[in-house]
Design a protein around this ligand. Structure first.
Ligand code: G16
Length: 544
């Protein structure tokens, strides 16, 4: 194989964020930009010679071009086998599964997740290690270090690969397998859930449903599993064709961006169940007729009912949630005597706990939940989990949620995002909050007496690595919390997130509307951060 070495020079902005490197497409299209980053990853890994790499993305604009470039760089760096999803498509959880199933060295997943796609929108790339999970911080820091020192990259002089034809072939010793992106993943789901029960419940119309793929990657997965394998009527999956620009939409499954679905569900004729997933298929939003299940509640409910799911019938080892996720799951863990871990935001922090069998189920407020079946959060897995629960418990979504609140109390929860804030302003807000923390101890604000005020730092219990500055927390004696964090996934300025949580035990108060129930905490959060004065934004950009 003819290999060329191309001289290049570093870009200084290739530091991966919460989940890989995310930038505008136009940034990725700069000369050598993508090649530099890919070569930096390969340079920082141990020898790539003779190894297998999984490759695919969410189909967004620039996916195909990027895959052709990566194939050539991977070939030049000595990979022996490449497993690529047909059309260059792989959902993030499916890629994680393929890495594990094929004992691959790792995988490159091309996605900017829930961020919009298109020629002037976002693109992203992340590396997953051999356990199938996102590269932990020690890797991503090394990728960045290499990107700052790069002086050349290697590229094989081979023709573009036909990504659309399923085939196994060899180019001068390099094995390439273009595989169906759905088959392996669908088999995995069938091994976890009770597909026979689901088929019966759907064919008897006990469960009626709608799934919004938001013109992103889960279209083909959801059509195969929900419509073809489980027999849901054709048309159950809406916006099911993956498009490079997601049809101009924002593939973020929440009540703001999946408006069509929200309208359908808060209606007299709503189906029993609805859900949506994001750009790369790892997020989920769960809805029942006239109810939206917050991701934090969804996690707690899944854990509390996990014994109804065939693969968890024998019990689970433990659970974990990211720090800003509500404490609802902690209450379940305490009641069931399960270990419960609090990690920083980012799925990569669950990897070690899952590998060490300390936890079986984990999740985040950012519309993500998953288990030890892969090392990524998994949108369709969560959907199937809920469908399995509805079918097994013979209860509607609203009944399941209300029963849960009745037993454990309700953590009323909301997240307020202030997007595209000037980065200097955002940094000043955090500086100000850090100075404020020591002055808050033991202070009382109306119904809220401060219990602790600190900045979250995490020591991984398996490898003892420490991650500092993972969000500012103000906890109150009544169990309520305010958390401030800067997003690590945005591509324009800074996104400031305020997470608000209030625990209500008494069932007569469970039906409150979150924004009303949280009004006093919202005022306190705005007062502590001075967010309105400092950003000039009078309202959050997105409330979920
Ligand atoms: C990524 C990570 C998640 C994280 C989320 C939010 O999700 O995989 O673990 O919770 O970002 O991050 P932030 O608050 O920093 O924006 P995704 O779906 O974007 O890959």
């Amino acid at each position: 194989m003819n290999i060329k070495t191309i001289a290049s020079s570093p870009y200084n902005d290739q530091k991966p964020g919460t989940s890989g490197l995310r930038k505008k497409v136009t940034i990725f299209q700069q000369r050598h930009y993508l090649a530099n980053f890919v070569q930096s990853i390969f340079n920082s890994l141990d020898d790539c010679q003779g190894k297998c790499l999984v490759l695919g993305g969410d189909g967004r604009y620039y996916n195909r071009e990027a895959i052709q470039i990566i194939i050539k760089i991977a070939a030049a760096n000595g990979f022996h086998e490449l497993i690529i999803g047909q059309g260059g498509l792989l959902s993030t959880p499916a890629a994680s599964h393929l890495i594990r199933k094929n004992k691959a060295y790792g995988g490159l997943i091309l996605s900017a997740s829930h961020n919009p796609g298109g020629a002037t929108e976002d693109f992203g790339i992340k590396y997953n290690i051999s356990n199938g999970g996102p590269a932990p911080e020690k890797y991503t820091e090394d990728f960045f270090k290499h990107s700052l020192e790069i002086s050349e990259y290697k590229i094989a002089e081979i023709n573009d690969i036909d990504l659309d034809k399923l085939a196994d072939f060899e180019i001068e010793g390099l094995k390439i397998r273009v595989i169906d992106p759905v088959t392996d993943y669908a088999q995995l789901m069938a091994s976890i859930f009770d597909f026979d029960l689901l088929k019966q419940s759907i064919s008897s119309n006990y469960i009626t449903l709608c799934f919004d793929a938001m013109h992103a990657i889960t279209g083909p997965y959801a059509k195969r599993i929900l419509e073809e394998m489980l027999g849901a009527p054709v048309g159950t999956v809406i916006n099911g064709e993956p498009l490079e620009d997601f049809g101009g939409g924002h593939p973020d499954p929440n009540l703001v961006h999946a408006k069509e679905l929200a309208q359908l569900m808060f209606n007299d004729n709503a189906p029993v169940f609805a859900a949506a997933s994001d750009g790369d298929g790892d997020r989920n939003m769960i809805l029942g007729a006239n109810i939206f299940v917050t991701p934090s509640d969804s996690l707690a409910i899944m854990v509390a009912n996990s014994h109804y799911i065939p693969s968890f019938a024998k019990g689970i080892n433990g659970v974990a949630r990211s720090m800003p996720t509500s404490q609802a799951v902690d209450r379940v863990a305490a009641a069931y005597n399960l270990p419960c871990f609090e990690t920083p935001t980012g799925w990569k922090f669950f990897g070690n706990l899952l590998d060490a069998d300390k936890i079986t189920i984990c999740g985040e407020e950012s519309f993500g939940s998953g288990s030890n079946h892969v090392r990524e959060k998994d949108g369709l897995w969560a959907v199937l989990f809920w469908l399995n629960l509805i079918a097994k418990k013979r209860q509607s979504v609203i009944e399941i949620v209300h029963e849960h609140w009745q037993r454990f109390g309700r953590d009323i929860y909301s997240r307020h995002d202030y997007e595209a804030v000037d980065s200097n302003v955002a940094n000043e807000i955090f500086k100000h909050l850090r100075q404020l923390l020591p002055t808050l101890k033991e202070k009382i604000f109306g119904d809220y007496a401060v219990d602790y005020a600190d900045e979250f730092s995490y020591q991984d219990p398996i490898d003892n690595s420490i991650s500092d500055q993972q969000g500012i927390r103000i906890g109150f004696k009544n169990g309520s919390r305010i958390v401030f964090r800067l997003s690590g996934t945005g591509t324009v300025g800074a996104t400031l997130r305020i997470y608000l949580e209030k625990f209500v035990k008494d069932s007569s108060s469970h039906q409150q509307k979150p924004q009303q129930a949280l009004a006093e905490l919202i005022k306190l959060a705005e007062k502590f951060s001075e967010i309105k004065q400092r950003t000039g934004l009078l309202e959050p950009t997105v409330i979920t």
